[in-house]
Design a protein around this ligand. Sequence first.
Ligand SMILES: *Cc1c(COP(=O)(O)O)cnc(C)c1O
Length: 375
Amino acid sequence: MKKIQMVDLRSQYDKIKVEADAAMQEVISQSAFINGPQVRLFADELEGYLNCRYVIPCGNGTDALQIAMMALNFKRGDEVIVPAFTYIAAVEVIALLGLKPVFVDVDADTFQIDISKIETVITAKTVAIVPVHLFGQCADMDAITKIAKKHSLKVIEDAAQSLGSIYTFPDKEKCQSGTIGDIGITSFFPTKTLGCFGDGGALFTNDHDLAEKMRMISSHGQKKKYHHHSVGINSRLDTIQAALLRVKLKYLDQYLQARNFVAEAYDKAFDDNPHISIPKRIAESTHVFHQYTIKLKGTDREEFSKYLASYGIPTMVYYPVPVHLQVGYQSYGHQVGDFPVSEKLCQEVISLPIHSEMEPEDLNHIIKTINTFFE
Ligand SMILES: *Cc1c(COP(=O)(O)O)cnc(C)c1O
């Protein structure tokens, strides 16, 4: 039997090998490694998939966040609101640009930024909210959009984990995650819902001027070769990655369906288990299950994960430490107790294997083993 993995990239590749190899080989034959035609073609196709006017490819998701915040002209000391329970990238970029991260606790059941707490931290210096669509479903974008409008704040959606998830507004308008705020970003890191074979990322916007600016910043601040209009960075999507992503984009909906199949099986298996709380679905959003993350109740997490490991089942803790308590971010002066929900989640959460290639027998093995642990 094949080893069970959190994400099975190899089996996914095997299924598209002929097409993927041909697409990458074509780039090598053409040898247009930087800004080859496939980069523009991929951006066009992703614009179509997302129904978004401008997709700007770049080097990775973290760069995308930086380009977004540079394009919005935030100044040193400006405050940007971010969830306390999240991946570090947005907070890191805020810090690097000399901005101030202002943390907000999250909802204990959906893991998304707690919209009831956002307005309590808004000050005259607040310039933006960065909702992170954690684990693959959208934060409450209707509420976030309204708060941003009321206080004239920008919204940068971190859709690195949620590419393909769809949010439905009360008026029934449906939007792809990442296309709702002023700017959205995503990552094509191999394990994301649309992953490439290395690093990659992109920015989304419907604003023409912002799109131009972000294109310029991602290319050394130049509009024309060797004419630099602003300080920029060097952040590009490799042509080889773009060629591969064009192939994989065609299968994205299939991949998301397969992830949902696994999630539904887990939901059904663990819904009645008093020791497990299954991830709560947000009614307004579809879920792409970048992670299937449960909370353990009255159970030793270490013991649980060791038990599963002994049966060949890997698990991961996303995330073990909330951002406000990370050692590198102590200068913002936070302490234990500041964001109790995030802190508690860091103790309770554990993510189970989920990916597009899960074999039914592996899924059954995981479910049975977990049920046996609680017997
Ligand atoms: C993966 C990820 C990023 C960063 O993407 P990279 O391409 O690795 O730089 C940013 N935010 C979130 C929430 C992520 O999961």
